[in-house]
Design a protein around this ligand. Sequence first.
Ligand code: TNX
Length: 500
Amino acid sequence: MADNPPTLERSVTDIVPVPVQAKADPKANFTLTANSVIRAEHQARGVADYLAQLLRPATGYKLPVVERHDKGRPGITLQLGDADRRLGEEGYQLTVKKDGVTLWANTPKGLFSAVQSLRQLFPSAINKTTVQKQDWVVSGGTVFDHPRFGWRGAMLDVARHFFKPDQVKRYIDQIAQYKINTLHLHLTDDQGWRIEIKSWPKLAEIGGKTAVGGDPGGYYTQEQYKDIVNYAASRHITVVPEVDMPGHTNAAQASYGELNCDGKPVPPRTDIEVGYSSLCIPKPITYKFVEDVIRELAAITPGPYLNIGGDEAHSTTPADYKTFYDKVSPMLSRYDKKIMGWHNIAVTNPPTSAVPQYWDPATSNADVVAAAKRGNKILMSPANKAYLDMKYNPQTPIGLHWAGYVEVKDAYAWDPATYLQGLSENQIAGVEAPLWTETVRTSADIEYLAFPRLAGAAEIGWSPASTHNWDNYRARLAKQGPIWTALGMNFYRSPQVDWK
Ligand code: TNX
């Protein structure tokens, strides 16, 4: 071994999202070898197996998961419980020393966060799926880390374009790297209905057939949806399903004539207009339909929230909008779920457990501030900062630009706690980065728009405001590029970042 420690690709101070505290120690680098083990007690076994699965393909090592007190061989120890209280549920401590790595957290979720940080301390080639002949040196040092906000989300619109379960899982794995803990699935819209509802089978059979521009549609059976939810849970990600209403409902209205005031099904639509559709507010069957959907969706969704839409209901009068939610909002608690919805629902005086998601670029909104004063926590997704479907610049081949061009710096340079006038940090649930898919057709398209901007949203949601610094961020972001390349991911090589 050489006297000088090797220069590694990243150190603990390069982690994205940047940790609360990190201290690099190049003399404490650890080398993973064919002899290494992963030590974990029973309840940390799931995270240990996940870590082993991440490290085995590229190293070709066995990396057996053994009992925590099995001290025979060097390796990575997952220590669960009795960690610093400031770490909360999702925080962790990470120590890399010459003789081993220790991850310590109060919960398996915290250990999972630690694993995501640890991955970044390995050479990027650790992410390849075939055996690489090289040394596996982990950057030495210590990390003490916990999130600023509890809700750090990504949304995928599977309605405008349909993405198969494997594509959704691929995205889940990608967002998990940045400690995103919520996946909001936009399951229904004018152009497609993507979830099997057994009591209304034509929603999927007819409404599932279409997609934007005449592209192939599709839908998830309830079994497939549950499988996605379980996969997300294995990555400590909670799924929030959205059924958009009372607008954005053309696919449902094309499937069932009874959902229209005139009793006739509307023609399916595959263009990208918004604001023309509405459920028929006076008809009782509308509420039978909504309740059936909520009941079935609640039964297959273990997470606490269902998203009941509420955006751009331009064809529903304000009075009808209020009538609609007065009937629909109480349904959620009947099925033991809390409401998530677009911020427009703030005018309907939802229960304080509801989370309105703020999407407007405007920096003031009296209705949302009033909801926050009543006790609702607000999820921040201002379109000019957080929307992953906005083009980066006029040359970006896919994406929209109604909220402006959103370069990597724009997506990073904002503070969720101060963005909306009149709100303060404790009124914010967190940050979500939505990806609408009018122009997005493939996984490569998803990745091109989400990366690098999703990493920025994740850092804003996780890291302390005091760490916010563009120059520091862009230098760390540059070092994520080789990881994405090793993972076979597409990403936008923004000229704002000096990619290695
Ligand atoms: C607005 S903002 C929408 C979506 C579109 C998106 C495109 C909001 C809650 N709704 O229907 O897909 O813009 O960027």
